[in-house]
Every structure is written in C-alpha cells, then in structure tokens.
Design a protein around this ligand. Structure first.
Ligand code: GLY
Length: 353
C-alpha cells in the first residue's frame, strides 16, 4: 500500500514513522522540512498546566500515557537519544489571582484521580530555591513531562529515513478531491497519486484544505544559564530546562506568517522569566526562534477520515503532546479499519454552517 503524507512537522513525520514501521511504503511531500512549529516548540507535555478540560484533557492524557513508548520506538530506530522526562511540571501562581486559579483547578484534577500537589511558598522553594520570593505558590503536576522537540524532530527525520520513507521537496498547491475520496495531489513540481493520503499541513491547512486553521505566532528564547530542576510554567513565562540549555516561552501573537522576532516579544519573555527566577538575569541569550501554531476557532484539533485519506491538523499549542495518538489514529484506520472516536469528536463538520 502506497501512502502519501503531506507535511513534515511532528504529526506528519510521526505518522510516516508509525506507518513505515508497520511495513507500509510511505512518501512525505514537504515544502521545507525545516519549517513548521515543531522545530520551535517548547516541548512541554503540559495539559494540566495549560488548564485543559473535557475531551481535550482526555485526549491529552491518553497521549501522555503513550509518550514513553513512542519516544523509545523513535530512539531505537533512529539510534538518537532524545531528552525526555516525565517527572512533573511546576505550575506557578505569580500572584494571588493566578494562585487561586491553579488551586481550584488542582482540586478538580485531584478529584479526577490525577497526581497533583499544591505547594505553598515555602514548599515551593524547597523544590526550586531559585524561584522568586514574590511567587505565591504552585501546583506540581506529577504526570506531566518535557521533551526536547528539536531532538525529537531530528530523530524522526533520521528514523523515517532508516525505515525507507521517501521525502520529496515540493509545495502542494491543490488536493483533487471527489466527495470523500482524494484522486491526487498536485504540487508545483509534480502530481502525486497514492492508495491513501494523509494531510498534516499545520498552519498551512487553510488554503489547501479549506479549513479554518490560522497561524498564531510564537517567539521563544534559547538561553544558557542556571537551570531549574523542573519546568516552571506561569502566566509570566515558561522556563523549560533541557540538557545544557533552557527555553523561555512563548509569545502568542496573531500576526499572520511574519517570521521576524521583535524586541517587544523578546523583552516580554525576558521580563517574565526574570520575574519568576531572578537569577536568569545573568543567563546568555543564544537564539530567538519564531514558529506558527496551527490554531482553530475553538482551540480543538481537526481530524477527518475520508474513504482514502485522513486529515490531522489544528494542533495549536499541543502538537508535540498530541503527535502519538494523531499518528496512531491513522495506523489503526489503515491497519485494522478501526476509526478512532476522535475523528468524530474533532471533526471539521463542527465548522459547517
Ligand atoms: N504549548 C505552549 C505554547 O504553545 O506556547
């Protein structure tokens, strides 16, 4: 069975990886395999810190459970070690209002059986002594994790190469679709046919697939400096320790596809990080990265399964977290004919009319 995947972000590559591992012949068509949100992502696996609820939370927790095996498979095939840990994220309350919000959420999560620990000022600084005295407190979400998204993308690219996936650089400009069948896909260089098509086109889905997906620009800083033990997430900033460096994120701007960083964004990120962890004032700024989250009007992803195609887009702030199940949904559909209920829960039909 020949499968054509359009898009080489984490969702496209994870799908290519799982299908190729299952013995399928896979081609990925991408405009630029270094483009896209995944290369810029903070890599926090943080649905509780993000305050998700309902079906999005359920979907996220299912992804979190699959993450260790997903990373192991990619490491094994690529022979690349990916920094990944699942030792919890500290959700901070930088003022009373934020503390009140996270305390209430923690009660709800706790009633759901999730492992959350509310920390008052003193307890917080026992865990992270570098946190400012002004921070009110925090909640430790034990189940959350942290992955180096850039390393994961490197490993996926090498991994799919090792599995014989062909990567073609071309810009897809048209999907020739008849009802629920895709006939072919037209690029600037060539026309592509396949037995099954997957569209994982992230922020670029609107013109190609006529879906209400729009880019939300994020600027993120890469710095070298004193590292907290855990991700410190607050409304002021998120400070994300990796191996040997830190990421400080992230702005959220509706600015179309403007790839430039700006001093306003960078300044806000630095102020937010130093407010939470004053010692970061001494850190060295290594890089400013800019990416585009594929957002939807209701903050939910868009999944569609047609006769011979699947669409996986609109992952907005959680593409890294939601990649394992996104890929698995296509694998289950093709291998077992099992249609995940997430295709119905997050169907594009919700935008019709
Ligand atoms: N997941 C964090 C962000 O999108 O900034």
């Amino acid at each position: 069975m020949n499968i054509l995947i359009v898009g080489s972000g984490i969702v496209g590559l994870s799908t290519a990886f799982e299908l190729a591992l299952a013995g399928k012949k896979v081609t990925v068509v991408t405009r630029n395999y270094e483009e896209g949100a995944s290369w810029v992502a903070g890599g926090m696996l943080a649905p509780l810190s993000e305050g998700l609820e309902g079906e999005l939370l359920e979907f996220s927790l299912e992804n979190l459970r699959l993450y260790p095996d997903y990373v192991s498979r990619i490491e094994e095939v690529s022979k690349i070690k990916v920094f990944f840990e699942k030792e919890g994220i500290l959700r901070l309350g930088v003022d009373e209002e934020e503390m009140e919000l996270i305390r209430k959420r923690a009660e709800v999560y706790s009633r759901m059986g999730l492992k959350v620990e509310t920390l008052e000022k003193g307890d917080l600084r026992n865990i992270e002594p570098a946190i400012s005295e002004k921070v009110e407190g925090g909640v430790l979400h034990h189940e959350e994790g942290n992955v180096d998204a850039e390393k994961l993308m490197d490993a996926l690219l090498i991994g799919v190469g090792n599995l014989g996936v062909r990567i073609v650089v071309d810009e897809v400009v048209e999907v020739e679709r008849r009802n629920s069948r895709v006939e072919s896909v037209k690029g600037l260089k060539d026309r592509y046919s396949a037995d099954f098509f997957v569209f994982a086109t992230g922020s670029w889905s609107k013109s190609l697939l006529k879906l209400p997906v729009f880019p939300v620009k994020g600027q993120i800083l890469k710095v070298k400096g004193p590292e907290p033990k855990k991700v410190c997430y607050s409304k002021a900033s998120y400070i994300i320790p990796k191996e040997g460096f830190l990421l400080i994120g992230a702005t959220s701007e509706e600015a179309g596809f403007d790839t430039r960083n700006n001093l306003k964004g960078v300044g806000t990120l630095i102020d937010g990080a130093v407010r939470v962890m004053p010692s970061l004032g001494e850190a060295e700024l290594i890089d400013v990265k800019v990416g585009f989250r594929p957002a939807t009007p209701d903050g939910k992803p868009v999944f569609e399964a047609g006769e011979n195609f699947a669409t996986l887009t609109g992952h907005h702030r959680n593409g890294i977290l939601w990649a394992p199940i996104s890929a698995k949904m296509v694998l289950d559909l093709i291998e077992k004919g099992v249609r995940s209920r997430y295709f119905d829960l997050f169907s594009p039909s919700r935008f019709e009319g």
